[in-house]
Design a protein around this ligand. Structure first.
Ligand SMILES: Nc1ncnc2c1ncn2[C@@H]1O[C@H](COP(=O)(O)OP(=O)(O)O)[C@@H](O)[C@H]1O
Ligand code: SF4
Ligand SMILES: [Mg+2]
Length: 332
């Protein structure tokens, strides 16, 4: 299967501390996204997930690498295009932000079509109403104002608004994080339906492994600007190759589907280090329960561990074979 979207060695650097220090928010990330595929990107806050989203949407200038869509170059350090024009739309975390509070829902829906100069006033309205039905919103709500709707309803309307522009890829950046768990599940089910109905591809960005595992064909685990592991969701659940992936799975077992539930209890020590001065060698080493001197000296290579399954750990074979990672209880 050829990829719809290709991200090659993406690097995004911000200058911080009054322009003195480079902060490598994304530090060499590569992946492809096939048509109709759903890729989850998980990682703690600050790991660089939203920066990848903004790069794919051409909302920022990339420092290195290349992003292509159906073979067409859409972003390099020299140029970036307009996301809508090459078929990528985004849904953000805050369902209120994207809807103008002063206009009725229908206005927010038809406006992007108007700007693009598509159809007539009545065909735009018909398309908007039809899309509302597809995302599970009663047409009667079209003449309401945003404050009259719930967070979940508003997020569905944001999805409808994005879909009206007929994207090939929908990027959801923590799009369900602000919603109650049951409503979150409804929206995730909607993603699945849309994936089937429109052959839409998804990039689902989340700090929540349960969300990623529910909707993703493949999952990328991100740590401090790099991917630690990327592979089919099932492979990650049964044979994770990176200690960080196993730590994430052990941190929230109840929320995960049965086949992903781990009995391991691995508590990560310390905080995520600053991306301005990441640890030498493997950047996970300051929190890794099995780190050795080699991990401080040598950055682990990105290695293929199975079909479509890659990880960056010197001891990935042992981790996959189930080497215990449980953190010893601290002495009293
Ligand atoms: N515009 C910016 N200027 C400076 N630093 C930024 C900017 N945007 C993001 N960062 C930094 O880049 C890192 C990655 O951020 P982000 O991509 O938002 O992470 P995530 O979405 O995983 O929480 C963080 O350390 C963040 O502080
Ligand atoms: S390379 Fe070393 S520090 Fe990094 S994840 Fe593997 S064992 Fe841990
Ligand atoms: Mg983010």
């Amino acid at each position: 299967m050829t990829d719809l979207l290709t991200v090659e060695d993406l690097r995004v650097t911000f200058m911080v501390n009054m322009g003195r220090d480079p902060l490598h928010a994304v530090d060499g990330v590569s992946f492809g996204l096939a048509e109709g595929e759903s890729l989850g990107i998980i990682g703690e806050s600050g790991s660089g997930k939203s920066t990848i989203a903004r790069a794919v949407l051409s909302l920022l200038k990339i420092s290195q690498g290349r992003i292509t869509m159906e073979g067409r170059e859409i972003a390099t350090p020299q140029k970036h295009g307009k996301a809508g024009s090459y078929g990528v739309q985004i849904i953000f975390q805050d369902p209120h932000a994207a809807l103008n509070p002063r206009v009725r829902i229908i206005r927010s829906l038809v406006e992007p079509l108007e700007i693009k100069g598509e159809g007539t006033a009545s065909s735009r309205r018909d398309a908007a109403l039809e899309m509302l039905t597809k995302v599970g919103i009663n047409r009667a709500l079209a003449d309401r104002y945003p404050h009259e709707l719930s967070g979940g309803q508003k997020q569905r309307i944001n999805i409808a608004r994005a879909l009206l522009l007929r994207p090939k890829i929908l990027v959801a950046d923590e799009a369900t994080a602000a919603l109650d768990v049951s409503i979150q599940a409804d929206i995730l089910n909607l993603y699945r339906d849309l994936q089937e109905e429109f052959g839409l591809s998804f990039v689902v960005i989340t700090h929540d492994l349960a969300v990623a595992s529910y909707v993703s064909d493949r999952i990328a685990v991100m740590y401090l600007g790099k991917f630690a592991e990327l592979g089919p969701s099932k492979a990650l659940a049964t044979t994770a190759a990176h200690p960080y992936t196993r730590a994430l799975m052990s941190a929230e077992p109840e929320a995960l589907p049965k086949h992903m539930q781990s009995t391991e209890r691995l508590v990560l020590r310390g905080e995520i280090p600053s991306p301005v001065s990441p640890p030498s060698g493997c950047r996970f080493r300051t929190r890794c329960p099995i780190a050795t001197e080699r991990c401080a000296a040598e950055a682990p290579a990105w290695r293929e561990m199975g079909p479509g399954h890659h990880a960056a750990c010197h001891y990935a074979e042992e981790v996959m074979a189930g080497r215990p990672l449980t953190t010893p209880e601290p002495a009293e």
